[in-house]
Design a protein. Sequence first.
Length: 249
Amino acid sequence: MHVKTSGPQGERPLLLLHGGGVAGWMWEPMRAHLDQGRRLVIPDLPGHGLSADEPYVSHAATTAALALALEEEGRPATVVGFSLGAQLAVQLAAQRPDLVDQVIVVSAQAVPMRATGPTLALLGAMAGLAKQERFARLQARQLFIPAELMTDYVRTSAGISRETLLRSVEENLRFVPPAAWGRFPGAASILVGAEEKTLMKRSAAALHAALPSSAHEVVDGCGHGIPLQRPAWLAQRIESWLDGRPVAR
């Protein structure tokens, strides 16, 4: 798995986990608003971007690879995950609290979708469309991809194999938080867009109910794309967490 790092080693790392169908580049708009001295760890998850030659196998395998990357950092991390990456953030925090002291979960589905079989069958039949630039550009609008990142999205979309697409989506649709999530001792914040689907709002509420010490916030004006719709706002939220300052709504 390709992992890009920047900033001084030895500082508390900030691990940024992208969503499905994109790659580590999705964090660029938000990075512009972060303290440039932060230690950043930004992977391209298996099957995506610069890790496209490594098929996505499972959340379990990916979480294990992420844990190895954090072990090399030598300090517990703040983990921010979006969508697919948010599920991985939950799993990583639950299973390896020694490596995670803070987690921000952005738009994680945590209530399994019914009838996943037909959904996956339809996705498999349409998998080839993702490699067509016109279709990819249409999809990009639904994901709030800004114009300056459109080339990255089209390239990433074309590089995702049918195997990775089906496995990552299947893992996403069937995800339930581990029982250990309810025992996570660190700080946790759960964000969901006010304009997201009901299932996503139910998922955020379920994650909060399982870990009552967590913060739960519905973000006005956002759909399923908070990091790209409000990058400055999210960066400010992360900086407040990292510096231990009160979070301004």
